[in-house]
Design a protein around this ligand. Structure first.
Ligand code: G6P
Length: 583
């Protein structure tokens, strides 16, 4: 993944650092920066988060030109040698890269005389440059196979150079600065408009002008886009972490969704989908987005009499499912840039399927590649663990399935908004304290509650590093029950009256084997049944279809509080990144 930024203007060190902080969601294994001053490069590199780099940089208020990078390691260990920027053999050209160069071993073989300092594919590209010009860039790009967003700088000249293929890249010019970045959020406070680059684009940017060539080597004029300041999330607004701020922003996301999907533009999108001819629906996503897809699968199967299947994006192409022009493929992605989802989307497009996307970023690759995009209007999500986006994805899938059935979707969502339950902090913190000492945990549920169990388990794993496994309640006795003892608590999710008696039987099976039991429920629990549980967290009841959105909020908070108990940074879990742009 990684995030890259290039900047020309006043206070380059400070502005590059501000940008890196906004890009940190793309990886935080190490960070580096090169700024040119009087024909010399000043380079800083640090392992770990951007704040480590911030502490070592000498900030200057004068004019300058520079590039910077925040890394999520793919090739080569986490080390200073593998931290970008990388340099050409002569040291004249500096480069930062996001993506994967698939033929880098081959290119390395061809350049046998060169000494490489680290193991990255990116350094191989840097070493291919002798000097920096449009011609030399073009020559190098011709030899690359794979994905890249590149920013390059040389020891002379007014320009920063750039190139893009399958990794996001944007450029912008303000009154007194020029910027290249992996994400338009870096332009905030600097520029009002920006340009989105397409695959195959490359060029150069200075304070005076921008030159962009397309993949056919023709100069192109792009339409500027306005920076959406409402979407950006600049600070924690008084919360300790972005994650907890974003959990609470679920209500705001819901209000935005209700507002936007009451108006004609979104209704037209829904109506176009209704008019498509399709006899099966595939829902596709990764991680949390995949779990939202599973909720959507439940909604669609219950509401419209149609085959709906939800699959993990990385498995989609190999599952040999029938995909043709009678298929409706729904791609769910917060970022809209996830490589596994993009690859599955390309496959479905080739097969002639109709492509719908449900994304949080309207200018993203997935949104742009789809026939119809249904935005989730959640605003920027900064914490790596997705929370409000999951909630909002479920809400949009609720809308879609209700619309296809011809049912009102605004009223139920308004009810959810009025009765939304973020859980009782005292009880959740107490439970978090208990859970933090365990090494393993089971989450179980039936039907749609099993999907909630999957998402709750993922959230806990991501930010607490406690191993957890989610199982359908009925499946526990078919093997995993062997693990139950007093060291393995089991968290039961129950919101569906129809399944409750069976779930309680499963709880007894655990209890009689000495397991600790925790219940998250919106259902009425008899006094004698209550006694079986070590903890009960009660959630305000709502109609069944709304419960996946209602109950997940407390489970997200449980993961958050447990992460704090363990002394972790819930916003930046180890080894992960928010936007995963490699397959
Ligand atoms: C990464 C993130 C997850 C996220 C998944 C899908 O793995 O760490 O939090 O759910 O990508 O991301 P997307 O942007 O496609 O929803």
């Amino acid at each position: 993944m990684c995030g890259i930024i290039g900047y020309i203007g006043l206070c380059p060190e400070q502005n590059l650092l501000n940008g890196l902080k906004k890009l940190e969601y793309r990886g935080y294994d190490s960070a580096g920066m090169t700024v040119r001053r009087e024909g010399r490069f000043e380079t800083y590199k640090e392992v770990g988060q951007v704040q480590n780099l911030a502490g070592t940089v000498v900030y200057k208020e004068e004019f300058g030109i520079g590039i910077a990078h925040t890394r999520w390691a793919t090739h080569g260990k986490i080390s200073i040698e593998n931290t970008h920027p990388h340099f050409s053999v002569s040291g004249e050209v500096a480069l930062v890269h996001n993506g994967i160069i698939e033929n880098f071993e081959e290119l390395k073989e061809k350049n046998k005389d060169v000494t490489y300092l680290g193991q990255t594919d990116s350094e191989v590209v840097a070493k291919m440059f002798e000097s920096l010009s449009i011609n030399s860039l073009r020559k190098v790009l011709k030899k690359l196979v794979g994905s890249y967003a590149l920013a390059l700088l040389s020891k002379e000249g007014d320009y920063l150079y750039f190139a893009k293929n399958k990794s996001p890249l944007y450029i912008a010019k303000g009154k007194e600065c020029a910027v290249i970045a992996s994400d338009p959020s870096c332009f905030s406070g600097l520029c009002e408009n920006y340009y989105q680059l397409d695959d195959g684009d490359y060029g150069k940017i200075s304070l005076k002008n921008i030159v962009i060539y397309n993949k056919n080597h023709k100069i192109v004029e792009k339409t500027p886009q306005k920076l959406d300041f409402n979407y950006l999330s600049e600070d924690k607004s008084g919360y300790e972490h972005f994650m907890i701020k974003e959990i609470y922003q679920s209500r705001l996301a819901l209000e935005n969704i209700i507002e936007k999907y009451s108006h004609s533009e979104m209704k037209e999108n829904l109506s176009k989908i209704k008019n498509y001819n399709f006899d099966r629906v595939y829902l596709v996503g990764c991680g949390t987005a995949y779990h939202a897809g599973l909720i959507g699968e439940h909604y669609l199967r219950e509401n419209i009499n149609i085959d709906a299947y939800c699959l993990v994006a990385s498995e989609f192409k190999d599952s040999n499912l029938l995909v043709d022009n009678n298929s409706l493929c729904i791609f769910i992605s917060q970022s809209g840039e996830t490589a596994d989802s993009i690859s599955a989307l390309e496959y479905c497009k080739e097969k002639g399927a109709k492509i719908i996307s449900i994304t949080n970023v309207e200018y993203s690759t997935i949104a742009k590649m789809s026939d119809i995009n249904l935005p989730i209007f959640a605003g920027q999500e900064r914490a790596v663990a997705s929370t409000k986006a999951y909630f909002a994805m479920c809400a949009v899938l609720f809308i879609l399935s209700n619309y296809l059935k011809g049912q009102n979707y605004i009223l139920p969502l308004k009810t959810l908004s009025h009765k939304i339950d973020f859980g009782n902090d005292i009880s959740l913190k107490k439970l978090a304290k208990t859970l933090a000492v365990y090494k393993n945990l089971f989450f179980i549920g039936r039907g749609v509650d099993y999907v909630t169990a999957l998402e709750a388990s993922l959230k806990l794993k991501e930010i607490t590093y406690i191993f957890s496994s989610a199982l359908p309640s009925g499946e526990l006795k078919h093997g995993s029950l062997a693990l139950i003892d007093s060291n393995l608590p089991c968290l039961i999710i129950a919101t569906d009256e129809r399944q409750f008696a069976k779930t309680l039987n499963n709880a007894s099976e655990i209890k009689s084997r000495g397991g600790k039991l925790i219940l998250f429920t919106s259902l009425f629990v008899e006094k004698d049944v209550e006694e079986n549980f070590d903890y009960i967290i009660k959630i305000t009841p709502l109609p069944r279809d709304l419960m996946p959105m209602q109950i997940i909020l407390s489970l997200q908070k449980l993961a958050y509080f447990t992460s704090l108990e363990k002394g972790n940074d819930p916003d930046k879990p180890r080894n992960l990144a928010k936007s995963v742009t490699v397959e």
